[in-house]
Design a binder for this molecule. Structure first.
Ligand code: V47
Length: 408
C-alpha cells in the first residue's frame, strides 16, 4: 500500500535513500517541497522519525518568559515588539521575574525558556542578574535563554567577545540557547523583512561559538510569509552543515508565521498543509539533528497531534505564558496542563516522555506510560498500543488556551 503511495508521488528514489539511511541532496529537498503528495512525504518522514525515536514524543513542563518587549529591530513579521519610546514597552526586573515564576510554584517545572527584544537600554549585568534570579527560585531547572540575536546585543553592550559573553552567561546559569532569531537564511528576505537584525552568517557564527564553549542550542526557521522554496532548502542545508561541524543542535523548530497585528498582516500566512510539510521536510533533510519540534502554540494542538506522524518527536510543553504570538482576548496566558499533554500524545497513538531543556528524561514514572493507556477501552493504534479513551476539552477544541495552568 505504501509502495503505491510512494510510486504515485514519484518518490521511489528518495524512498530508497531513506531506507538506506543515505543523506538527501538539496535537489531532493526542492522536490519534497514541490511534490503535491503530502501523505507520501509524511510517510517518508515518519520512517526516519520512528527509526530515531520509535513511538516516543518528548514534552516538557516549562514556563516561557519574555523579559522585555522593547526592541529596536522593527521586524515586519513581528507583532510582539514595542519601540524604545512606546508606552506599551516593558522590562521585567529580577524581582518581577521571581514573581512571575512564583505564580507557578505548584507546578514541577523543569525548563525555563526566556527570550526578549533587543533592548539597547539594558546593561550587561542585567542579563546575568535575571538568570541568577531564575536559578534562585528554581535551582534545579534547566534554563534555555537568549537567542543568537540577543547575544549579539549582550556582547556589544558588555564590550566582550562572544565566547566571553557566553561563558559569563553559562557561569550565571544558562544551560542552553533557544533557536529563535534565525528567521530564513536569505539575504533577500533579510532585506525585505528584518534588515536591522544581524544576518544569517552572524547567526551561524554565534551558534558555532556557543556550541564550542559547551552551550547547545536549538534552531528555528520562520516560514509562511515571503520566503521561497529555494531559500528554505538553503536554510536547512546551512543548519545541516553547522551540525556536521559542531553537533551542538538539539532540536529544529519550524515556526509557523502568524500574520495577525504585524506590518504585513495582509499576507495570508501558512496553512495546516504547510505546517505538516515543514515538519516532514525538516525531518528528512536534517538527518543529523536529533529532534524536530512541533511548537503547539504556533501550529495549534490539533496540527501538532497530526505532526507526530509527519516527523515531529517533540511538542514543547506547558508554556504557561506566551507573548510573541498571543491572542489579545486571552492575553498572555496560553497553557497546557500535564494531563492535557499526556492525553494529546497518547490519543495520537504515541508514547509521552517528559524531558528537560537538554533532553534529559525527567524521571516521573506516570509520564513514561500513564496507567490509563494500559487500561483504556480506547481503540488500538497502528503500533498496537492502546490510545487514551478521553480527550481533553482544550485539545478536542483545538484551543490554544487551556484550563488554568495550575490544574495539573
Ligand atoms: O525569533 C516572531 C518568531 C521566534 C512571529 O528554541 C514569530 O525551543 C510566528 O524562537 N509568528 C521566537 N513566529 C520563538 C522561538 C521559539 C519558540 C519555541 C521554542 C523555541 C526553542 C524557540 O518567533 C522569533 C521569530 O522567529 N516570531 N513573530 C509571528 N508573528
Amino acid at each position: 500500500m505504501f509502495e503505491a503511495l510512494i510510486a504515485a508521488a514519484g518518490l521511489e528514489d528518495i524512498h530508497k535513500k531513506v531506507e538506506a539511511g543515505e543523506r538527501l541532496s538539496a535537489d531532493d529537498g526542492r522536490r519534497l517541497y514541490r511534490n503535491g503528495n503530502l501523505p507520501a512525504i509524511g510517510y517518508l518522514a515518519n520512517l526516519v522519525r520512528e527509526r530515531m525515536h520509535g513511538d516516543r514524543v518528548y514534552f516538557v513542563r516549562n514556563q516561557h518568559l519574555n523579559y522585555t518587549n522593547i526592541c529596536n529591530k522593527s521586524c515586519l513579521f513581528c507583532s510582539f515588539y514595542a519601540l524604545p519610546k512606546d508606552p506599551e514597552g516593558y522590562v521585567l526586573s529580577p524581582d518581577d521575574i521571581r514573581a512571575r515564576m512564583e505564580t507557578y510554584a505548584d507546578i514541577p517545572i523543569s525548563e525555563i525558556h526566556m527570550v526578549g527584544g533587543v533592548n539597547p537600554k539594558l546593561p550587561y549585568a542585567y542579563y546575568m542578574d535575571i538568570v541568577r534570579a531564575i536559578k534562585e527560585v528554581r535551582p534545579g531547572v534547566s534554563l534555555k535563554a537568549y537567542t543568537m540575536i540577543e547575544l549579539e546585543q549582550i556582547r556589544r553592550i558588555g564590550k566582550k567577545s562572544m565566547a566571553e559573553t557566553l561563558l559569563d552567561l553559562k557561569e550565571a546559569g544558562v544551560d542552553a540557547l533557544p533557536g529563535g532569531g534565525a528567521e530564513v537564511f536569505s539575504e533577500r528576505v533579510h532585506e525585505e523583512l528584518f534588515q536591522a537584525k544581524s544576518d544569517s552568517d552572524k547567526w551561524l557564527e554565534t551558534a558555532r561559538v556557543a556550541h564550542e564553549v559547551g552551550l547547545p542550542s536549538n534552531a528555528t526557521m520562520l516560514y509562511g510569509h515571503v520566503e521561497q522554496t529555494e531559500e528554505k532548502v538553503y536554510h536547512l542545508m546551512k543548519l545541516r552543515e553547522l551540525q556536521d561541524e559542531t553537533n551542538g543542535l538539539l532540536a529544529f523548530i519550524p515556526l509557523s508565521w502568524h500574520p495577525e497585528r504585524t506590518a504585513i498582516e495582509h499576507l495570508p500566512g501558512p496553512t495546516g498543509q504547510m505546517d505538516l510539510r515543514e515538519i516532514a521536510v525538516a525531518r528528512l533533510m536534517l538527518d543529523n539533528v536529533p529532534h524536530i519540534k512541533s511548537f503547539w502554540i504556533m501550529n495549534t494542538p490539533a496540527v501538532t497531534q497530526v505532526s507526530l506522524w509527519y516527523g515531529a518527536d517533540d511538542m514543547d510543553g506547558s508554556v504557561l505564558e506566551y507573548e510573541i504570538t498571543r491572542n489579545p482576548v486571552t492575553d498572555r496566558i496560553q497553557a497546557l496542563t500535564h494531563t492535557q499533554m499526556l492525553d494529546m500524545i497518547s490519543e495520537s497513538g504515541r508514547q509521552p516522555v517528559e524531558r528537560d531543556a537538554l533532553y534529559h528524561i525527567v524521571d516521573q514514572p506516570e509520564t513514561i506510560r500513564p496507567a490509563y493507556m494500559e487500561t483504556s477501552a480506547g481503540a488500538t493504534t497502528a503500533n498496537g498500543t492502546k490510545a487514551a479513551g478521553a480527550r481533553t476539552d482544550a485539545v478536542a477544541a483545538g484551543a490554544t488556551t487551556a484550563a488554568t495552568p495550575s490544574q495539573e
